[in-house]
Design a protein around this ligand. Structure first.
Ligand code: URA
Length: 200
């Protein structure tokens, strides 16, 4: 079976859609491959495109802050990826065709990482994950801040959708909602007192 590193190397050669022609760097994902916690964003922005790493710009600062200060976790101990691995030009939204072409990589990553907790950031990754696990998607505002439990890989996994951190930059109320959802994630992690890393 392929490892996450094998898949991420394959991503670096991907030309399944035209986004590869506009990007500076592919952004496959980053973090601890033995983590039980997976964060999924939408698509790389300008800073991510330059550095080849997810969530290293303004939105990443907010995400990292909450991982550090609410979850009390080091960002290096979770895995972070996106639905789309190349930056859409001018940060436009990914098209359905691009999502269809690119999401095979996320699907492979998920099935290797087999996380216990999946946190989706924003409507794009939430709607994709809900569709993948046969959960009805309404809207990010309706569906966020709840724990969706499903049986997969012979265990119970939990999906928690929340807002995209970028959406909270200029909206204090949304930042408060985002923070509230992180306290829910914290409770969930604390309930599972076996640690957040899987030692194989
Ligand atoms: N927004 C995302 O959805 N992903 C990133 O990696 C950065 C910003």
């Amino acid at each position: 079976m392929d490892s996450i590193n094998d898949i991420n190397k394959e991503i670096l050669k991907c030309n399944r859609c035209s986004l590869c022609n506009y990007k500076t760097n592919y952004v496959p994902g980053d973090g601890n491959i033995n983590s039980k916690i997976l964060f999924i964003g939408e698509a790389p922005g300008r800073d991510e495109d330059i550095q080849g790493k997810p969530f290293v710009g303004k939105a990443g600062k907010i995400l990292t802050e909450n991982i550090n200060h609410i979850l009390n976790i080091d960002r290096k101990d979770v895995y972070i990826t996106n639905l789309i691995k190349c930056r859409p030009p001018n940060n436009r939204k990914p098209t359905d065709e691009e999502i269809k072409a690119c999401s095979i990589w996320l699907e492979k990553q998920i099935n290797i990482l087999k996380p216990d907790i999946i946190i989706t950031l924003g409507s794009y990754s939430t709607s994709w994950i809900f569709n993948y696990f046969n959960i009805k998607f309404n809207s990010i505002m309706k569906d966020r801040g709840k724990v969706y439990k499903i049986n997969y890989w012979n265990k119970e996994i939990k999906i928690i959708p929340t807002l995209h951190p970028a959406s909270t930059i200029y909206n204090k109320e949304w930042r408060a909602i985002f923070d509230k959802d992180f306290y829910l994630i914290k409770d969930l992690i604390n309930k599972n007192n076996t640690g957040i890393l899987r030692y194989i």
